[in-house]
Ligand binder design. Sequence first.
Ligand code: GUN
Length: 296
Amino acid sequence: MILIDGKATAATIRAELKEEASALIDKVGRVPGLAVILVGDDPASAVYVRSKGKACDELGFKSVTHKIPARTSMQELEKLVDNLNADDTIDGILVQLPLPAGLDSQKILDRIHPDKDVDGFHPQNMGKLTLGLPGFRPCTPAGVMVLMKRYGLSPNGKKAVMAGRSNIVGKPLAMMLAANDPNANATVTMCHSKTPDLKKECLEADFLFLAIGKPKCITADMVKEGAVVLDIGINRIDSGLVGDADFEGMKHKVSAITPVPGGVGPMTIAMLMVNTLYAYKLRNGLPADLAKYGIA
Ligand code: GUN
């Protein structure tokens, strides 16, 4: 069984990016800049936002975090996004989700300039993903694609099951897996809460992608012998963080699996750095390409 080490892979990617970026920074005379907007005081979101700032520091990028109260109005939030859209020192803008109740996430995401949309959540970038055109790709799905590539686990020609249909993970990852690309080319089934027989679908998967959000809900009897399991679930239980897969139960049955924590999670921030550098290249007229990282 191959244990897919996302923590180590993410560190390698950050080191590679640091080197790539430093040559560009010398040429352009300005560092890449990322602005993160954190609304309210959700503790998990605060942890993620801190990690994003730390990754920027490590790579020598500028990072600005706007922490604003949960009772902020849509108008104030829109004004902040407008200011960041107009700020030439900022290449990427990220609004940490979920937003507190009462704020319209999609309206805010739509307001981010598509060229600064490092989350890839703007309809224009989601459209480009669907059409197979170059553009920002959402960070967590991109991280999954890069992990598979780096471990030589190719879904090309294989049966993939995507459990989950969120805009952040399930939908974009299903599109990326089905893309006409040598690193993708999977036959994809998307499952969700109304799928009549999830076990039956999962048992057919050569590659199983889990983004359900229920601790250890996919058990060994639900996976095919020798399957590759990418667990994107992050569930907090009394004993700590666990994924959607019953890792201990299935680890001897699968051929490769990501642990939680230390699997897909750390890749998200590494991909945010990839996207921030991609935005910086686009905004400075430099050649920019995500395919070289293995992102379809
Ligand atoms: N919340 C959970 N995942 C993400 C993500 O990838 N981006 C943003 N902005 N918020 C999130």
